[in-house]
Design a protein around this ligand. Structure first.
Ligand SMILES: [Zn+2]
Length: 398
C-alpha cells in the first residue's frame, strides 16, 4: 500500500514545481502545499526562486474566506522571448514569440533556400533582429531560436543531411552559424516536425498521441507520442514518404528505391498521372486548384493518392495507436477527396481497438504552425525542469 500511496511521484524541485504552472492557472502558496505535498517554507522558497528568474509573477489575490486574501502566482510567458523560423523551398517565415510560443510579431517573405546557408542565415539574423526590436525588447531577452529546414536534419548536430532541395546546405553547421549571428542557442529540425509541434500546440494540446502527415510534393510525418515529439535515433522518425506502398508499384523514387509512397502519391506523381490523361498540370498547387474547380479526374487521382497514403498510415496506426491523425501540406487543401481516401483505407485496414477513438482531420493550424512549432522547440527546452533548475542556480551564484 505504501508504494501505491506514493504514486504519482510528487514534484521534488523548483523546476518540477514550475511545470504545474504551465497550464496558465494562478496558484496560491496554500494550494501548492496541497498539490505538491511540500512544506509551506519549501513552497515559499521555490516561488521566490522562480520569481527571481522571471518565470513566475504575482497574479492578484485569491478570494478570501476571511482575513487577508492570499496572493496568487502564475507563469509569466512575457518574461522572455523565443524566435521561430520556418524555411521552405521558396518562402521564409519568422515569428518572435513569448515563452508560451505565442507569436508577438511575424513576417512572411519569399526567399529561395537554394541561395545557400550564408545568404539565407544572414537574412534570418537581420530580419530576426528587426522583429525583436519591433517588440520593444532587447536581444538579451531572447532565450533561443528554433528553425525548421525543408530537408532531413541530424537531430544531434542540427546539420542538414543530403537535403535534396537545399543545394549548398549539406552538413552545414546551422546552429553555430546562426549562434554567431544572433548570440542565442539554436535548435534545428525538419519542417514536418515543426509543423507537427505547431499543430499540436495550437489545435490539439490535450491529444498526447498524434501523427501529423504533410502531403505535398513530398510526404512526411511528425510523430508526437506521450505529448512529446519523437525523432528516433538520428531524427529520421516519421519519414513515411519512402515506405513502400503495398501492391504492384515499380515507379522509381528519387531515393533510389521503387514504389515509395512519395513516388506513388506525392504531388509530382499525381501531376504525372494527370498529364498522361492529357490534363495540363505543373505544380502541386495546380492539382489543388483543379480539384477545387470540380475536375473529376483530378478529384479521383487525389482520392487514390489518399488511399495509398492510408495504406501506409494503417501500418503506422497499428504500430503507434495515435488518437489523432492530422493531415496538412498543400494537398490537404484539396479537401475531402484526400481525406476520404485516407479514412477509407485506414479504417478498413486497422484493428477496431486502434481506430475506435481515432480521428483523422485536416490541419487547422494554418500557415503559422511552422513558426509556432519552431518556437516550441526552444520553449520546451528552456522551461524543462532541469533547465529551470540550472537558471535558478546561475541566478543564485550571480
Ligand atoms: Zn523513395
Amino acid at each position: 500500500m505504501e508504494g501505491l500511496a506514493k504514486f504519482p511521484p510528487r514534484p521534488t524541485g523548483a523546476g518540477d514545481m514550475f511545470q504545474l504552472f504551465r497550464d496558465g492557472a494562478p496558484r496560491t502558496r496554500a494550494s501548492l502545499v496541497t498539490e505538491t505535498g511540500q512544506s509551506r517554507s519549501t513552497v515559499a522558497a521555490r516561488i521566490d526562486a522562480l520569481r527571481s528568474i522571471g518565470l513566475l509573477a504575482p497574479a492578484g489575490e485569491a478570494t478570501s474566506t476571511g482575513g487577508r486574501p492570499p496572493s496568487t502566482f502564475a507563469f509569466d510567458p512575457a518574461s522572455h522571448l523565443a524566435m521561430g523560423v520556418d524555411l521552405g523551398a521558396t518562402h521564409a517565415r519568422i515569428a518572435v514569440t513569448d515563452l508560451a510560443a505565442e507569436p508577438i510579431t511575424m513576417i512572411d517573405e519569399p526567399l529561395a533556400i537554394a541561395d545557400g546557408p550564408d545568404r539565407v542565415l544572414t537574412w534570418v539574423a537581420e530580419t530576426g533582429r528587426k522583429l525583436v526590436a519591433q517588440t520593444g525588447r532587447e536581444m538579451e531577452d531572447l532565450v533561443g531560436i528554433g528553425i525548421g529546414l525543408p530537408g532531413p536534419v541530424d537531430h544531434r548536430t542540427g546539420r542538414p543531411v543530403n537535403p535534396p532541395i537545399m543545394p549548398g546546405w549539406g552538413d552545414s553547421d546551422v546552429p553555430a552559424e546562426l549562434f554567431a549571428r544572433l548570440g542565442a542557442p539554436v535548435m534545428v529540425d525538419n519542417d514536418v516536425n515543426i509543423m507537427a509541434l505547431g499543430e499540436h500546440r495550437t489545435t490539439a494540446p490535450d491529444v498526447d498521441d498524434l501523427l501529423f502527415v504533410k502531403v505535398a510534393t513530398g510526404i512526411g510525418a511528425g510523430v508526437i507520442m506521450d505529448g512529446h515529439l519523437r525523432r528516433g535515433a538520428q531524427g529520421a522518425a516519421g519519414d513515411l514518404g519512402h515506405i513502400a506502398v503495398p501492391g504492384p508499384a515499380d515507379i522509381p523514387c528519387r531515393c533510389g528505391n521503387t514504389g515509395c509512397l512519395e513516388a506513388v502519391a506525392g504531388g509530382g506523381a499525381i501531376a504525372a498521372r494527370l498529364r498522361q490523361q492529357g490534363i495540363a498540370v505543373e505544380t502541386t498547387q495546380d492539382i489543388v486548384d483543379l480539384v477545387r474547380s470540380g475536375d473529376v479526374a483530378a478529384g479521383q487521382a487525389v482520392r487514390q493518392a489518399g488511399r495509398d497514403i492510408g495504406s501506409v498510415l494503417a501500418a503506422s496506426v497499428s504500430l503507434l495507436n495515435p488518437a489523432r491523425i492530422v493531415v496538412g501540406g498543400i494537398l490537404a487543401g484539396a479537401g475531402e477527396h484526400l481525406m476520404a481516401g485516407i479514412r477509407e483505407v485506414v479504417y478498413q485496414r486497422s484493428l477496431p481497438l486502434a481506430t475506435r477513438d481515432l480521428r483523422i482531420t485536416p490541419s487547422e493550424a494554418g500557415a503559422p504552425a511552422g513558426v509556432v512549432g519552431a518556437a516550441t522547440l526552444v520553449t520546451e527546452q528552456y522551461l524543462a525542469p532541469s533547465s529551470v533548475e540550472t537558471l535558478i542556480t546561475a541566478k543564485e551564484v550571480m
